[in-house]
Design a protein around this ligand. Structure first.
Ligand SMILES: [Fe+2]
Length: 250
């Protein structure tokens, strides 16, 4: 794992303006983000108009849920990513995007605004840690690791929960106003969460999602995770996997 001591983040007026704009673009894209995320924003005292410091946020995050963020460079590979998750540590992109509408890699806004607040939610943060442990347990089995990546992608990155409609809880979705609008306005794009369907769905992080899977609640997410975990080595799942095409490891 590459930990960054000197992240490429400048705490100046320009960065504050970017943060303010990104924050409000997501917040103003309608009631599309789940309640737990906004509760997390409050618990972390995350400012809306000023780029927050990671260490300042960590003080609150450690107190609330015993998680912490750490600076990391670029996309993190399977082992270091899930190993960190299993220890209640979350990698945070060490740069702030130039193009406000798009970033090819997870940046500071994606991780800090999109992911950290959800880690204050007890059941969701427990799920993330358990997912990390499961991923490490099967890291030497590429077929099962691919299933785990898919389950993880359709929950922690583009996950949706039913709360008076479809509300985002996945970090990539929460931190993209374009994707939020797509999720909430495109007919038929959100389907009910069933792990057998999720693990058959391909990951594509380069374009708008063709499908999102909505859990009824975070208890439901945990139930599906436990069901997935107990079926993970079944022949049925492996047969389904064999019928679907290859995608990238996260
Ligand atoms: Fe992410």
């Amino acid at each position: 794992m590459i930990r960054i001591r000197n992240p490429m983040i400048v705490y100046d007026e320009q960065s504050n303006e970017k943060w303010h704009r990104l924050f409000h673009d997501c917040k103003d894209s309608g009631p599309t983000i789940c309640n737990e995320h906004w509760e997390g924003i409050e618990l972390l005292n995350m400012p809306t108009s000023q780029l927050p410091g990671l260490e300042t946020l960590n003080v609150q995050l450690r107190q609330v849920s015993n998680w912490e963020g750490f600076f990391s460079e670029g996309l993190i590979e399977y082992h270091p990513f899930y190993q960190a998750m299993s220890k209640r540590q979350f990698p945070v992109g060490n740069f702030l995007r130039d193009d406000l509408s798009f970033t090819p890699y997870p940046d500071y806004f994606h991780d800090v605004f999109g992911h950290l607040p959800m880690l204050t939610c007890t059941i969701f943060s427990t799920y993330c840690q358990e997912m990390g442990k499961l991923a490490i347990q099967y890291e030497h089995n590429p077929e099962i690791a691919r299933l785990i990546n898919r389950f993880s992608w359709f929950t922690t990155e583009v996950g949706v929960v039913r709360q008076n409609g479809n509300r985002a809880y996945g970090g990539a979705l929460i931190s993209s106003s374009k994707e939020l609008t797509h999720m909430s306005t495109t007919p038929g794009v959100v389907k009910a969460f069933k792990f057998e369907d999720v693990v058959k769905s391909k990951i594509d992080d380069k374009t708008l999602q063709e499908v999102f899977y909505a859990v009824e609640s975070f208890d439901h997410l945990m139930d599906e995770f436990l069901r997935f975990k107990s079926h993970i080595t079944s022949k049925l799942i492996l047969k389904n996997l064999a019928a679907s095409s290859t995608d990238e490891v996260l």
